[in-house]
Design a binder for this molecule. Structure first.
Ligand code: NZQ
Ligand code: ZN
Length: 389
């Protein structure tokens, strides 16, 4: 195994009723709390009333920061930071999915920083040598795992760049995870979030080292869990066991545990982020289109791992297949699963109509140093074309 240092600063409170039980105690030290959320789902499903009721009963001044969009923009971050400064906010409470959590992390940094956080942290990663505003999160959709890491993905619309950074200082101080809060997530978004979880695990699994290591073993169990529980949650969206497992799968995929000793790929994420920067496509849906095509390009370069994937994740037996055929059968099982659960399989289905922009998008993609075969911008363009229809 490669050397590593492990730390995770977020305290997690998991399970039905956890908000009612722990929120007032977690906000105790702060007089003014910024309540940050998205487009209003929390008002429709009762979470807003529950949370504001708890904050008001605890005598907090509430500063509302609403309308955080999917794929949060740098402009929205600046709006939140200004609001936080003007109202002397002492902590941020983000309620939602990855978009809300990521935006809140960036706001927590920007509110305490005089310079331009895009230039100093997102465009050119810098060292955070000050304390961002304390952040707590209440997760309402399983997917990104942003609740338990310092990662935040922000879109700079002007520059047409969507990019993420992971700073340990941006880890939320606490995360409240009540699986029943995810019951109201539309099925399409639940599936997209579920695929994002699977993608995070695959992007880590399909990278060096290939020899026996704890991370790969944990990941095989996690991938089987995501596949099984996503199917169960599609059958019955209020299956508490399935929703609980998916919620914790999401956290486990991105709380850094499985990344220990792994190089990590994340080339599909690089590609999807730039597709998102140009088209504002849904993150999990974009990943679903890209993954099988990308893996058909690289499976020969990571053959032993792709064979393990076929056998240990999809339960495919060799049945006289060659190594290559067995590895490819695993990739095709993934492609069938994507179809089975109703995710898009082409860029056209994602809403793209114009292929001419693909070159510009391909040229803007980051190149991962951890993939089984280092991509070139030409090969990324080829992948995009193969994904088109
Ligand atoms: O905005 P509202 O009205 O709340 O509706 C949201 C939004 O429309 C809805 N939703 C969330 N919880 C709900 C609900 N609707 C009904 N009931 C509920 N309980 O779901 C929609 C999508 O929410 P969003 O937060 O955008 O989804 P997701 O969690 O997939 O986050 C996506 C963002 O996270 C980034 C993505 O790139 C994208 O910008 N990522 C963040 C990562 C990280 N920080 O570590 C890693 C990921 O790879 C990813 O890149
Ligand atoms: Zn993702």
């Amino acid at each position: 195994m490669n050397n590593f240092i492990f730390e995770n600063a977020t305290k997690v409170y998991f399970g039905k009723g956890c908000v009612k039980e722990y929120l007032s105690c977690k906000v105790k030290p702060y007089a003014t709390v910024m309540l940050a959320y998205g487009g209003g789902s929390i008002k429709r499903n009762g979470v807003y009333d529950e949370v504001t009721g708890i904050l008001k009963a605890a005598g907090k001044n509430i500063v509302e920061f609403s309308g955080i969009m999917a794929n949060p923009t740098y402009a929205k971050v600046q709006e939140g930071a200004k609001l936080a400064r003007e109202n002397h906010v002492e902590m941020i409470l983000g309620i939602g999915g990855g978009s809300v959590m990521d935006c809140c992390k960036a706001v927590s940094l920007a509110a305490r920083y005089a310079g331009d956080i895009w230039e100093d942290f997102w465009a050119h990663p810098g060292v955070i040598d000050f304390e961002p505003l304390p952040l707590g999160v209440i997760v309402t959709v399983a997917g990104t795992g942003s609740e338990c890491n310092g990662g935040a993905v922000i879109t700079n619309e002007e520059k047409k760049v969507k990019t993420g950074r992971d700073y340990p200082r941006l880890n939320p101080q606490f995360a409240l995870l009540d699986p029943t809060y995810t019951y109201s997530v539309p099925v399409k978004q639940m599936i997209s979030g579920g695929f994002d979880i699977l993608s995070h695990i695959m992007e880590t699994y399909f990278s060096e080292p290939n020899e026996d290591n704890v991370s790969d073993d944990i990941m095989e169990a996690l991938m089987r869990s995501v596949i099984r529980n996503l199917r169960a949650a599609i059958r019955n969206p209020e299956d508490y066991t399935a929703r609980s497992n998916l919620m914790w799968d999401a956290t486990m995929a991105e709380n850094r545990v499985i990344k220990m000793g792994k190089k990590c790929d994340f080339e599909c994420h690089n590609m999807e982020h730039q597709l998102g920067a140009y088209t504002n496509c849904n993150h999990g849906c974009g990943l679903a289109v890209l993954h099988p095509v990308y893996y058909r390009h690289i499976y020969r370069d990571g053959l032993p791992k792709f064979i393990r994937f076929a056998e240990n994740v999809w339960g495919i037996s060799r049945d006289g297949r060659s190594d290559e055929a067995l590895a490819l059968a695993g990739v095709e099982a993934l492609a069938s699963f994507i179809k089975e659960i109703g995710l898009p399989t082409t860029l056209r289905e994602l809403g793209m109509t114009d292929q001419t922009v693909l070159k510009e998008i391909a040229d803007s993609c980051g190149i991962s140093a951890g993939s089984y075969r280092k991509m070139t911008h030409e090969e990324i363009l080829q992948i995009f074309h193969e994904c088109f229809e």
